[in-house]
Design a protein around this ligand. Structure first.
Ligand SMILES: Cc1cc2nc3c(=O)[nH]c(=O)nc-3n(C[C@H](O)[C@H](O)[C@H](O)COP(=O)(O)O)c2cc1C
Ligand code: SF4
Ligand code: FES
Length: 624
């Protein structure tokens, strides 16, 4: 096997973009898979020969990623997300019915070879739940009728219709272009003032850029809220090696779908931000690491990058300023862990996306062992704003120590899920749910909220009068994280919430350290048992012990994230766990009597519904 002449050219053009050839491994595997239909042994041998790697190295890397296939599959690949927001919207049932219509099991291919159906984890389409991808194209808010049309051979696509913020003022800043016609084109971006100040910003000295960002107190939007200027200041002054900027566009935290809006709707905003930020940190090359599932985002960004190169906004001697910045868009291939900065770097180097031990930190030892800064998409698009409008403006736009505009994604049991912009922290969780997202669906009451993405502790309905900023949520015992809010109404089981997210973490554990690799499996088994009404009292003690054996004992923060859904629901909704165990039932059977039993105290026997069916469509999780 070898590449077709066109694919050889494509590969040669790609390999030249990287300082180290192995970085072209994922792109080469994509080309091979597209050409052959799947990664045959011959294809992997061929790719190995192209990159001077052993077949074992290629196989080892390829098998880490969920988007590479090692056997034939149907012409149409239907991928159904079953993570929290999609699961709340009934995606388990949709996955099950799609498989039964085709007479296959999940992961299988129809007898005529036309369709394959797979379960996938959060696609960053949580507002468009249940989210499906069909050969990589969005089918959001998917219905049974959509699937029927699809199986009948009709092409069915539907991307999320991003709702505008209901707040009339202030006008959106980061989302200023999103609803414009042809919002992705360079003309539209320029007409809105885009690139107008690029020359001025590139004429500032890098130190001036860094100092202004420091003064603005911009805090990273990727999850930790770490001050960006301070991070940039960690780059060693005397290291002669090249410096790199890595843009974290891996957006995979369940509940979070905000970077996607910028990538798909306003890619030039990101490109300009990357150029200016690279200048600030003295990097001549920036990599945009975009998650593999962002097929549309990748195409959009590639198109915009070509336009930007042609217009002289990227490349050598940009606008005659003497500043050189090359941008390389690098696609991931399906792995949540690649959002962690050192795993992202490993993946960019053409390896399994598993984290490195820190220290050393990327600022000193990053991509190819060189000084590297990893920043989130939303963080970086704040940089040109800061330079345009001033550090003081940015710092005071929002609440104290949480400056700037902020993007909030909200999904789950609300009327108007969406990604909304507001001055950081000037919106409370209550306002986000009731004013921005239109309140609860189906006239139900609020039961719980995951405020900032799956790794953040749940809050109860009584805890939502809290500002949506890093410090206020930390004070309230949770975290802002990546600001991906998932709302659950009073019909929802907290045990099921924990089970669903634990299944996500078990699936996504990179397997490098045993507490996380083994512990997430143990947690899932225990939670499944409780959820199925087969739990015993000691299971809760065991669950807490397993969490304790993970907490603080893993190589990367994934471990602590993975135990958060179980620990926080056990802490805040303990009675529900105990009720499951005492009454030995599914949520479908227990829910109608739970509140009354809770009011009457812990020893109330459950009786009337005990003969009802144990089948609950919400309580089944497939094996992975
Ligand atoms: C398991 C895990 C997943 C992560 N996923 C993302 C992600 O999808 N996007 C992101 O920007 N940061 C993610 N992060 C945080 C990054 O490691 C890193 O802190 C961030 O990109 C830094 O950017 P910032 O300083 O601009 O926030 C993740 C961290 C962990 C531990
Ligand atoms: S904590 Fe989990 S994801 Fe992180 S290195 Fe260990 S196994 Fe991998
Ligand atoms: S896209 Fe399904 S949970 Fe995020």
């Amino acid at each position: 096997m070898e590449f077709t002449p066109a694919n050889k050219d494509k590969f040669e053009a790609i390999v030249k973009r990287y300082p180290v050839r192995r970085s072209a491994l994922l792109p080469a595997l994509y080309i091979a898979q597209e050409q052959e239909g799947w990664l045959t042994t011959e294809a992997m041998e061929y790719v190995a020969s192209l990159l001077d790697l052993s077949v074992a190295q290629v196989h080892d890397t390829a098998t880490y990623y969920t988007m590479f296939r090692f056997g034939p599959q149907g012409k149409t690949l239907i991928e159904v997300c079953t993570t929290l927001s999609c699961w709340l919207a009934g995606s388990e049932a949709l996955l099950g019915s799609t498989c039964s219509k085709l007479g296959i099991k999940e992961g299988g291919t129809s007898a005529d070879g036309k369709f394959s159906v797979r379960r996938v984890e959060c696609l960053a389409a949580c507002g468009g739940a249940p989210a499906v991808q069909v050969n990589g194209e969005w089918l959001e808010r998917a219905t049974e009728a959509d699937i029927d049309r699809l199986l009948a051979g009709e092409p069915v696509k539907r991307a999320f219709d991003w709702p505008k913020s209901p707040a009339e003022s202030p006008a959106p800043i980061l989302f200023r272009n999103v609803w414009k016609d042809r919002s992705t084109s360079i003309e539209t971006y320029r007409a809105g003032g885009g690139y107008a100040n690029l020359k001025k910003h590139l004429s500032m000295t890098p130190d001036e850029v860094v100092d202004t960002v420091k003064k603005s107190n911009l805090r990273g939007r990727g999850g930790a809220g770490f001050p960006t200027g301070l991070k940039w200041g960690f780059l060693p002054k005397d290291n002669p090696k090249p410096r790199y900027l890595c843009v974290n566009a891996d957006e995979s935290e369940p509940g979070t779908y905000k970077d996607r809006v910028i990538i798909e709707k306003d890619p030039h905003q990101l490109i300009e931000a990357v150029v200016v930020s690279s200048h600030g940190i003295r990097a001549k090359t920036a990599f945009i690491y975009i998650r593999g599932e962002f097929h549309e985002g990748f195409r959009t960004l590639e198109g915009a990058l070509q336009e930007a190169y042609a217009a002289g906004y990227v490349g050598k001697d940009i606008l005659g300023t003497g500043v050189d910045v090359e941008i390389v868009i690098h696609r991931g291939a399906g792995a949540y862990e690649c959002g962690e900065e050192t795993a992202l770097i490993e993946s960019l180097e053409g390896k399994r996306g598993q984290p490195r031990l820190k220290p050393p930190f990327p600022a000193t030892h990053g991509v190819y062992g060189c000084p590297t800064i990893v920043n989130n998409v939303e963080t970086l698009v704040c940089v040109p704003l800061i330079l345009d409008r001033g550090a003081d403006w940015f710092a005071s736009y929002g609440v104290e120590k949480n400056g700037g505009p902020k993007l909030y994604s909200i999904s789950g049991d609300v009327l108007r899920p969406g990604s909304y912009e507001a001055p950081s922290g000037k919106v409370t969780l209550r306002q986000l749910i009731y004013d921005y997202a239109g309140g609860m669906r189906n006239g139900r009451k609020l039961r719980a909220v995951v405020p900032g993405g799956s790794s953040t502790p749940v809050l109860t309905a009584d805890e939502i009068d809290v500002g949506m900023d890093f410090d206020s949520l930390a004070k309230a015992g949770s975290m802002l994280g990546s600001a991906g809010t998932v709302v659950l109404d009073d019909s929802r089981s907290m045990v099921s919430l924990a089970r669903n997210l634990t299944a996500f973490y078990k699936h996504e554990s990179c397997g490098k350290c045993s507490p996380c690799r083994e512990g997430t499996g143990w947690m899932l088994r225990l939670l499944e048992r409780v959820e199925a009404g087969k739990g015993e009292e000691k299971d809760l003690t065991t669950l807490a012990q397993v969490c304790d054996s993970i907490s603080g004992k893993t190589l990367c923060p994934f471990g602590d994230a993975a135990i958060t859904p179980a620990l926080s629901t056990m802490a805040k909704f303990r009675e529900e766990y105990e009720y499951y165990i005492r009454e030995k039932g599914s949520w479908q059977r227990l829910a109608p009597t739970f509140e009354e039993a809770k009011r009457r105290g812990p020893h109330t026997a459950h009786s009337s519904q005990s003969s009802q069916s144990e089948e609950s469509p919400q309580s089944t999780v497939g094996t992975r």
